[in-house]
Write a protein that binds this ligand. Sequence first.
Ligand SMILES: [Zn+2]
Ligand SMILES: [Zn+2]
Length: 307
Amino acid sequence: MKFSFTSLGCASALPSADRFPSAHVLNVHERLFLIDCGEGCQMLLRKWGYPFLKIDNIFISHLHGDHIFGIFGLLSTMSMMGRTSQLRIFAPAGFSEILSFFMDHFGEMLNYEIVHKSLISQDMDTIMEDRKIKISSFPLNHRVDCYGFRFDEKRPARNIHKALIDEYKLTLAEIASLKSGEDIVRENGQILENLSFTYLPYIPRSFAYCSDTAPFPGLTRFISGCDMIYHEATFGREMAETAHSTMHSTAEDAAMAANAAGATKLLIGHFSSRYKDPSILLDQAREIFPETYIAREGMTFDIPLLK
Ligand SMILES: [Zn+2]
Ligand SMILES: [Zn+2]
């Protein structure tokens, strides 16, 4: 059961020959969530083998071009590839104007419905939830309305220790009750305690996406306890003043955010084009948070299942 993140682009606003702007894929149990959609996204989805039509939900952090200029081509291509099912786009309120402009000029070609779900809350907000996952948005600290996203795997149903089924001659009704977390009191007064009869097959996993943002103390509450965090690291420590005046983070800021959140792994990206080799940013982050990695294009980072 996959829970993995792949970056398609880890550049910031200025294009470079070998680095693409923000676009990423989160695979949760073979369901693909596209996070940001910078220029070139659809070619990169092709390059790394992600089927377009498996994407039903797109998450746009904010309306800066390096996070959204790739969406128009993708929307058209999805139609040409035969999409008929609804596509949901979670994006700040201003996206509705952009979408209606697009639909006015190109909407006739589309054979499917696009629903814009507006991000408005200035606190943690559940924007999508089903049996397997809960997805929340939270505000970031950028020059424009900007949101991070948190993906929390739902707690799986408890499994029964098989040997105890025969030993205690558990009925189907008793098994169902134990799986749903209840204790059982039998007619003869015998108590079957849930914790002794069942176990959690795996520990639910979580991932948070933070781009673009200047550091702010409230972030810790939003991303606390996440296994893996993607955090922008546009600049190094020598450019801290520029980073903060443009409402971005340094590699050290990203590392401190991951540290405060108690994360297991940190992925950094959104690098300024001045860093031809971002390993200097990696080194700076690792001084604070050793489990930091560069979110290199096409490289997949799994959150392993722990029992
Ligand atoms: Zn950006
Ligand atoms: Zn931005």
